[in-house]
Ligand binder design. Sequence first.
Ligand code: FES
Length: 107
Amino acid sequence: MKITFRMGPDENREVPFEEGETVMRVAVENGIDGITGDCGGGCACATCHVYIDEAWIDRVGVPEPDSTEACMIEVAPADPKPTSRLGCQIVLNAALDGLVVEVPEGQ
Ligand code: FES
């Protein structure tokens, strides 16, 4: 199973993942620039902020309003978008094989 990280207009990185890993963990393990996962997945740092590709947002879902994740996205360095998620809160499975996420510019 694979996930694609869009790093810029002309740079995509496709990397493999195992069921049960998070988007943040896969990014860190594969050296994706801009995703550092500083808090280790505790929903406390927003260094795993990503924009989910529009085509995938229904399958990935959005955080509950006023949840810890939604609040952290609001204070993330990169502008929040309707498709913003914290990568540490997305647990990957077969239904997300082929997922495309964008790493916010300047993160
Ligand atoms: S790794 Fe810190 S909020 Fe996701």
